[in-house]
Ligand binder design. Structure first.
Ligand code: NAP
Ligand code: MG
Length: 401
């Protein structure tokens, strides 16, 4: 059988530990036998980031902006403990995802990969809920202050010419304070990414804040979304999808009663909290994809989980591991589909869809990695066979073949 041809390369961003091992296995078992894979390769494994003084991360970001589609393996973000583990590190290098996000100015969408034999904890959910989390500002760039004594607080703003001062609160006892901000530009980029993504997925978009209480701050988010929707209204109507704004507490109640199958856009903190709730309610972190979408339409696909360090330590000791490769497979299929759509290569799109189907079909037939085995419904009517990673990939390859 002739291999499927590509025209434009994908940006391939390699990573660390167990996911780096999965990366190779997935390419060897599921991709290279069928596709004449063309990629521009960037090694973001920690040793190479260190060797290049992290320049490789920015190179990968530039390549992603240039070629439009990237697929990324999970990477280590060094912390103090990792500095001890890797004494050769010149610096506590910044999070590669943070660097990519800052460069591409994107929004992260996280979507669960669902299979019928694993039921979400919320019984009414029939289809995945994708969380779109704004990734800039709010409490994450906030400034906090502890006042040990009674006193008066002010908010001051200096535009270089004038200083404006607003009375905040006069307090008779010790207190805590916080200032946080966001920018019109970042909120606008967030809104555009959400509308673009909803149109691409052909799914409704929900957005929720607390603008009744936070009239200026959250109100600005709501207004910018409303303004931006103007440019998408006709397209949404044509696609039969809708944009729906409601208060965050109302949204939470509605999500719990919904059937799923939509995109839920949230401010930074709300998205942080709700994405963990939604992902655990759908089953497993190993079944969650993540895609960074820039306002200009650049896509970077990855698994939502990390480098699975605990499994890697076992792997290094020669122990058999049953690490779940599904989210990483779906990062590849997401990227191949996007590449195929942009380059008008229907064979590439069809291949990616078939690979997704073969992966889910393998699980539904009862063959899966250890993490999923315990989640299968007892009345699902399948005999569960828990296998190691390579056996799982081989089973997928058989179905794909
Ligand atoms: P993690 O790699 O997501 O793993 C946490 C635990 O979740 C694992 O020990 C495992 O549980 C389970 N798990 C996650 N993915 C799995 C999979 N594919 N198959 C089976 N089980 C899976 O998180 P972490 O251990 O906190 O972080 C490890 C490293 O990853 C850190 O250095 C961090 O910086 C990095 N990280 C990178 C990214 C990224 O690049 N996007 C994201 C998060 C973290 P059991 O051990 O119970 O089996
Ligand atoms: Mg969180």
């Amino acid at each position: 059988m002739p291999k499927i041809q590509m025209s434009t390369p994908l940006v391939e961003i390699d990573g660390d530990e167990m996911t780096r091992v999965l990366w190779r296995m997935i390419k060897d078992t599921l991709l290279m036998p069928y596709i004449d894979l063309r990629t521009e390769y960037y090694d973001l494994g920690l040793p190479h980031r260190n060797d290049t003084d992290d320049a490789v991360t920015l190179d990968a970001a530039r390549a992603t902006a240039r070629l439009g589609v990237a697929v990324k393996c999970a990477t280590i973000t060094p912390n103090r403990q990792r500095m001890e583990e890797f004494p050769e590190l010149k610096q506590m290098w910044k999070s590669p995802n943070g660097t990519l996000r800052a460069f591409l100015d994107g929004t992260v969408f996280r979507a669960p990969i669902t299979v019928p034999i694993i039921k979400p904890a919320v019984r009414s959910w029939e289809a995945p809920i994708t969380i779109a989390r704004h990734a800039y500002g709010d409490v994450y760039t906030g400034v906090e202050y502890r006042a040990e004594v009674a006193g008066q607080g002010f908010l001051q703003f200096d535009d270089g010419f004038n200083m404006e001062s607003i009375d905040a609160q006069k307090l008779a006892s010790p207190s805590v304070w916080r200032i946080m901000h966001n920018t019109d530009a970042s909120i606008r980029a967030f809104a555009q990414s959400c509308f673009n993504f909803a149109a691409a997925q052909k799914q409704d978009l929900w957005f929720s804040t607390k603008d009744t209480i936070s009239k200026i701050y959250d109100g600005r988010f709501k207004d910018i979304f409303d303004e931006e929707f103007g440019a998408y209204r006709a397209e949404f109507e044509r696609l039969g999808i809708s944009y729906f704004y409601t208060l965050i507490d109302d949204a939470v109640a509605r999500v719990m009663r919904s059937r799923g199958g939509f995109i839920w856009a949230l401010k930074n903190y709300d998205g942080d909290v709700m994405s963990d709730m939604v992902s655990s309610a759908f089953g497993s972190l190993a079944m969650m994809t993540s895609v960074l979408v820039s306002p200009s339409g650049v896509y970077e696909f990855e698994a939502a989980h990390g480098t699975v360090t605990r499994h890697y330590r076992k792997y290094l000791q020669g122990e058999e591991t049953s690490t779940n490769p599904v989210a990483t497979i779906f990062a590849w299929t997401g990227a191949l589909k996007r590449r195929g759509e942009i380059d008008a290569l229907p064979d590439l799109v069809t291949f990616a869809e078939k690979l997704e189907k073969a992966t889910l079909g393998t699980i539904c037939a009862g063959v899966m990695t250890k993490d999923l085995a315990g989640l299968v419904e007892s009345d699902a009517g399948v005999t569960v066979k828990s296998v190691n990673t390579q056996a799982f990939l081989d089973e997928i390859a058989t179905r794909l073949g």
